[in-house]
Ligand binder design. Structure first.
Ligand code: CU
Length: 110
């Protein structure tokens, strides 16, 4: 029982730390959980770093539909980050599970 509580506490602490780390970097975060990108559409200002973190037990990737960016396979707890310097709408999928879709909308910074 105490082992379970320890595991849960550790998991919560790790999630909180990663959210804090993303907030401190001034970027934005996408969580990958239950074969879903959350949020599915994220809107950021130009120049923002977006970080994806995999919270599934299954590896996932982030692959731009236009092939302009692609992550390595992320295992549980691993992340991928990219700075978006171009205004526009960028659709991406998981290369391993193409039914997983997400979008980054980049707006002008001013
Ligand atoms: Cu996947």
């Amino acid at each position: 029982m105490s082992r379970l509580i320890f595991a849960l506490t550790t998991a919560i602490a790790v999630s909180v730390l990663s959210v804090v780390a993303i907030a401190e970097s001034g970027g934005a975060g996408v969580t990958i959980q239950n074969y879903t990108f959350n949020p599915q559409t994220i809107t950021v200002a130009k120049g923002t770093k977006v970080t994806w973190v995999n919270r599934d037990d299954t590896p996932h990737t982030v692959v731009a539909v236009d092939k302009k960016f692609r992550s390595q396979a992320m295992d549980t707890g691993e992340s991928f980050a990219k700075v978006f310097d171009e205004v526009g709408t960028f659709s991406y999928v998981c290369g391993l599970h193409p039914q997983m879709m997400g979008t980054v909308v980049v707006t002008p910074s001013n």
